[in-house]
Design a protein around this ligand. Structure first.
Ligand code: AMP
Length: 584
């Protein structure tokens, strides 16, 4: 059987994938499989591609070509030193580099490929892509649309009839498509977007901010200096990527200039909140395209079953939040958004080879993990609003930080609770642990950064850091996955829901006086039961006057729960926790 590879020939980056042992895999050559779509000539006039070409782009723009995909199908000529090239010739160099990678890693001659193109590509653009393949020595046996490939990648993990919205935001382009899958057949119903919108624009916004800061605060003009500007661009992208998982990013660039014979260094901090504001207009524009795609496909938002995120820039958390708010669905990003299209192309390539059951191996978290904070829930201030940090279906290992703020001046401590679940009310989720963090007295609004690090084995490491002082606490939840299986989780949810709703159920409980403690607390919200358990375990060691008070409080909590007065139970629990805290 002749091998067929799948290729995502992207504007910023390209990837090549193949079916290995029944699974679609992106071919990684001591890297992450992402090959910059860049071509250049080195100092000696030799053709270079990928990372090597991208690295020289800033210093040798006259012999480096970027974003050739934008010109496919046109007569544009690209000049590198004295030679001129057509877009399909430049693309052929990228395809050659990918082909070579596959031949080396698979130890096979490769001459057939499936290549993806944007859904809006015209016939001329598609033909130019075929020609690029032919120039590179590849028979392009199929051209498929990028949203189709993304849908194929997900369909193999979740085969069913569905309508999918594919939101694809890369480095330089934005596409949104509505795709219908019926009986395994994938059809693009509509596709629209913006050919000049992407992560590069976000980097530029940060660069502009840095240049303004350097001019105003450091009294230095750097705008005309290509080397400093290239460094700022690089630093800006790094900060942007950090902000996808951290609430703050530090930008440190030494020796960006000299003033009165003294070296000037740049040190700047950007918050995720400020970054989100800087890109808000661009994100609103993408949502206008989303509305247009829905209209073109004659679909209402409620007709969308699944949202798929494609392209590196969709890792920006604001994008998922925005889509979730509009569609009430959590977007899928478990297949690496950079690799998703190439994986879909490989699945199609596998089909062309007669392999039908190609699938994608995923290491994802089956649960959402988060904490609780005071915030609005259904328009009312709630003391225990669930704040998810690592969402269900996130690829593992996962690392995520969020900033939280103290509520009052001189606050002495915060209680950090870790929950597993999906309910916006944290109290309806499963409490995995809670920790007291003693703070340095500071004004209200002081920042505490909470970090969750979840590995493949379900070990959840938690760190809280007081931003101003760097003081931290660490905790580990050893097996965050095995606490509850899906079945147990839904059983416990069902139980809690039905028992809260049925006074008879609660009354029955109260009559069973000879039950063990755990049985008595059945139907008790998880956090209350946990506090009671903790209190009971400390009874023996407690001084007698505290012991009496603990016992009274436990009984009062149980009574309040029986009376379904959860507010009262919550207040009593706080009293009980204060005692336990001082005993500890
Ligand atoms: P693509 O064209 O799909 O390869 O996407 C490339 C773009 O994704 C570049 O602008 C990257 O800076 C951006 N990108 C990659 N990772 C992240 C991240 N974690 N957060 C935000 N942007 C990212």
């Amino acid at each position: 059987m002749e091998p067929v590879v799948g290729i995502d020939l992207g504007t910023t980056n390209s990837e090549i994938a193949f079916i290995i042992d029944g699974n679609a895999k992106v071919l990684k050559d001591k890297d992450n499989g992402i090959v910059p779509s860049c071509v250049g000539l080195d100092n000696q006039g030799n053709i270079i591609t990928g990372v090597e070409a991208r690295n020289q782009a800033a210093i040798a723009p006259n012999r480096t070509v970027l974003s050739v995909k934008r010109s496919m199908g046109s007569e544009t000529k690209f000049q590198m030193n004295d030679s001129s090239y057509l877009p399909q010739e430049i693309s052929a160099f990228i395809l050659k580099a990918l082909k070579q990678r596959a031949e080396k890693l698979l130890d096979k001659k490769i001459s057939k490929a499936v290549i993806t193109v944007p859904a809006y590509f015209t016939d001329a653009q598609r033909q130019a892509t075929r020609d690029a393949g032919a120039i590179a020595g590849l028979d392009v046996i199929r051209i498929i649309n990028e949203p189709t490939a993304a849908a194929l990648a997900y369909e193999s993990t979740n085969p069913k009839n569905q309508r999918i919205l594919v939101y694809d935001l890369g480095g330089g382009t934005f596409d949104v498509s509505i795709v219908k899958i019926e009986q395994g057949i994938v059809e693009v119903l509509s596709s629209t977007g913006d050919n000049h919108l992407g992560g590069d624009d976000f980097d530029q916004k940060i660069v502009d901010l840095l240049v303004e800061h350097i001019e105003k605060e450091l009294k230095l003009t750097v705008a005309g200096d290509p080397v400093v500007m290239a460094r700022l661009k690089h630093a800006a992208e790094k900060a942007k990527i950090t902000l996808s998982s951290e609430p703050y990013a530090g930008i440190e660039e030494d020796h960006i200039g000299k003033k009165a014979f003294k070296d000037i260094h740049l040190s700047f901090e950007l918050s995720r909140t400020d970054f989100d504001m800087m890109i808000e207009d661009a994100l609103i524009r993408t949502m206008e395209s989303v509305n247009k795609a829905l209209k073109d496909a004659s679909s209402l938002p409620s007709a969308i079953d699944t949202i798929i995120l494609v392209g590196g820039s969709t890792r920006i958390p604001k994008i998922s939040d925005m889509l979730e708010e509009k569609f009430n669905i959590i977007p899928h990003s478990e297949i690496d958004p950079d690799l998703c299209v190439a994986i879909g192309a490989a699945i199609q390539a596998g089909r062309e080879m007669g392999l039908d059951s190609s699938s994608v191996l995923l290491d994802i978290t089956p649960y959402t993990f988060g904490t609780s904070a005071v915030d609005e829930l259904d328009g009312i201030t709630h003391m225990h609003k669930f704040v998810p940090l690592i969402r269900r279906n996130t690829k593992l290992p996962a690392n995520k930080s969020e900033a939280f703020y103290t509520m009052v001046d001189d606050q002495e401590k915060v209680e950090i609770k870790i929950f597993q679940g999906e309910n916006p009310d944290a109290l309806d989720n499963i409490l995995l642990g809670k920790y007291i963090f003693n703070l340095t007295r500071a004004p209200a609004g002081s920042v505490i950064i909470l970090n969750f690090d979840l590995d493949l084995n379900g070990i959840l490491k938690i760190q809280a850091v007081e931003k101003k002082t760097g003081k931290k606490i660490n905790a580990v939840i050893e097996n965050a996955f095995s606490r509850f299986t899906d079945l147990e989780l839904s059983a416990s949810k069902e139980r809690i829901e039905s028992e809260w709703g049925s006074p008879e159920g609660v009354a029955e409980e109260s009559e069973v006086s000879s039950e063990t403690e755990t049985e008595i607390d059945q139907g008790m919200p998880a956090d209350l039961a946990e506090t009671i358990k903790q209190a009971e375990s400390q009874l023996d060691a407690a001084p007698s006057e505290d012991r009496d008070e603990i016992i009274n409080l436990i009984e009062d909590i149980r009574d309040a729960v029986k009376e379904k007065d959860l507010d009262k139970a919550g207040k009593l629990r706080e009293e009980l926790e204060d005692i336990l805290f001082y005993l500890e």
